[in-house]
Design a protein around this ligand. Sequence first.
Ligand code: ZN
Length: 144
Amino acid sequence: MSSSPISNEKELQSELKVLAIKAMEYSHSPYSTKRIGSAIRLSNGKVYSGCNIENASYGGTVCAERVAIWKAYSENKKPVHITHVAVASAEDSPWPPCGFCRQVLAEFAKADTTVILTNTSGKEKALLFSELFPFAFEPEHLTK
Ligand code: ZN
């Protein structure tokens, strides 16, 4: 965990990409052989990374994004939200979060959360969470 104020958006995104790529090193992915890394930044400025951790049961597998989110939410006072999420892979076309992770992100991100998809070759795509997951089922649906 580190702390990162948003003083320079480009610098912050660059830092998150580096952390996401570094997190790939720790991937436990003997079944898919796909190493994925993620880094998220919370509204309090703290940054967390995670990698995919697969399991022989398959159902016990957790994606890199959710590992980073669990780490962040288990170590911070609420309320906080995710301002940025970066996802890194070695795939030619940077992989986006899966549907399961998008739903988990909908719990903790905002419509204007920045999503950065990158790969080890330097390709990248940045978009808003509302573009990645429009018309998400959100906690507010249960309280309306
Ligand atoms: Zn996922």
